[in-house]
Design a protein around this ligand. Structure first.
Ligand code: 5AD
Ligand code: SF4
Length: 435
């Protein structure tokens, strides 16, 4: 049996698209492996959101080149970096056989057939990114969790971000199609549905028929059975009171909201084109904490955006402390060619970015630790994901607030909701006993 490997970089949208690639390759008769050295086909599903993500790809293509020399492996590159580079990628890396955009996954059978017929001519398939891609089934294995792309692309044009340039304008998937996909996953035993979009809570605006994210959540919440609904990423500007009420009223919606802050300085937020200021953001975080007691808030933060002064950075630290995030993804600003921020005055030195990131992480790590410690002695409901990788006798799962929990238990608990009494709290993991 021919073997294929898919290496995934970047965000959950890429994880979702890799699950679709996997399904297509399996239907073509390939066995799926994680071992690129034993593969006849390797797809790299790439990211370009920060410079570091792209640099990783160069290294991987170099490694694949030598594997190709030994066993003739076909190298396919897809995802945002491929979408951004197009045919240029073949000029830079002649070992690459297939360059394929995010929208072209459905064409994999044709592309592979054509490359097998003529190994000398690489193929490039980059579709107009402003269409809704054809529906493709995804294979999440026997996973407890499955994701559904509810919208593609983004209309925000935050000044630092490359996404609108590679993934095009926002296009929403019709509610009916999302409900059908969700029902299929639930029928197969999934207990967690992760809704994906570059801006999930502006979902439906482009459909122009009154469809909105609150309505979609309500409809999904009505599906039978016990399961969790999560979503990433919402935009703080697009939370309506109606949406907050829907979230508050439905326990099926996970008690963890990702609220990307990016910066705590109103001045920098304006330069970023984020559409909210420091005080508005804090008011939103407070409203969530008041409306939904026990809710976890997580965030994304960029330090060293062009023009960021010490005073602006102190505003970010201030918001972080006041919002008391349970967890945060923290990044140094990375120049992306073609974005507005790349042309801005006041680019910040690497050393200053590093120093600010260190200070921010210090503050946030203390908050994350404190947030975990609040679970000491508590009883929590956990969705079991399966055995821990390090110790098979331990099961791992997550709370609705997205805390990772480890406990001793048998493998057949996978996919069940269990009650765990928390005994020990580390910053990133809680340990407890099943009751
Ligand atoms: N530099 C650094 N971080 C970025 N992000 C997006 N673009 C950039 C960039 N140019 C971060 C944002 C976003 C997350 C997915 O990546 O915080 O929310
Ligand atoms: Fe995901 Fe954005 Fe990276 Fe593309 S560029 S993989 S959308 S994070």
């Amino acid at each position: 049996m021919k073997q294929a490997a898919i290496l995934t970089y970047g965000c959950q949208m890429n994880v979702n698209e890799s699950a679709k690639i996997k399904n297509i390759l399996e239907k073509m008769g390939y066995g799926i492996t994680e071992d690129i050295y034993a593969s006849d086909v390797v797809f790299l599903n790439t990211c370009t959101v920060r410079e570091g993500a792209a640099a990783q790809i160069y290294g991987k293509i170099g490694e694949l080149k030598s594997i190709k020399r030994d066993r003739g492996t076909i190298i396919g590159v897809t995802g945002c970096f491929a979408q951004e580079q197009g045919a240029e990628l073949i000029r830079r890396f002649p070992a690459v056989d297939i360059v394929m955009g995010n929208q072209n996954i459905g064409q994999i059978p044709d592309l592979l057939t054509s490359i097998l017929k003529d190994r000398k001519n690489p193929v490039v398939a980059i579709q107009d990114e402003n269409r809704l891609p054809g529906e493709t089934e995804a294979d999440f294995g026997d996973g407890v969790s499955a994701s559904i792309a509810i919208s593609y692309g983004c209309d925000n044009f935050c000044a630092y971000c490359i996404v609108p340039y590679v993934r095009g304008r926002e296009r929403s998937v019709p509610v009916k199609s999302i409900l059908k996909t969700a029902e299929d996953y639930l029928r197969k035993g999934c207990k967690e549905i992760l809704l994906l979009g570059q801006n999930v809570n502006s979902y439906g605006k482009d459909l122009g028929d009154g469809t909105n994210f609150a309505g979609l959540l309500k409809a999904l919440g009505r599906l039978p059975g016990e399961f969790l609904i999560r979503f990433v990423s919402p935009h703080p500007r697009d939370f309506t009171p109606e949406l907050m009420d829907v979230i508050a009223a439905d326990e099926k919606i996970a008690r963890c909201i990702h609220l990307p802050l990016q910066s705590g300085s109103t001045r920098i937020l304006k330069r970023m084109n984020r559409g909210y200021g420091k005080e508005e953001y804090l008011a939103l975080a407070t409203a969530f904490r008041q409306k939904i007691p026990g809710i976890a808030l997580t965030t994304d933060i960029i330090v060293g955006f062009p023009g960021e002064e010490e005073e602006d950075f102190l505003d970010t630290l201030d918001v972080v402390q006041k919002a008391a995030f349970d967890n945060a993804f923290m990044f140094m600003y990375s120049v992306r060619r073609g974005t507005r921020a790349a042309e801005m005055d006041g680019q910040i030195e690497e050393e200053i970015k590093k120093e600010r990131l260190r200070r921010l992480m210090d503050v946030q790590n203390r908050l994350s630790k404190k947030s975990s410690e609040a679970y000491q002695g508590k009883m929590v409901k956990v969705l079991v994901e399966g055995p821990s990788k390090k110790n098979k006798a331990m099961q791992t799962g997550r709370t609705s607030t997205n805390k990772i929990v480890l406990f001793a238990g048998s493998e057949d608990l996978k996919g069940r909701f269990v009650n765990i009494h928390i005994q020990t709290c580390k910053t990133w993991t809680l340990y407890g006993n099943i009751t």
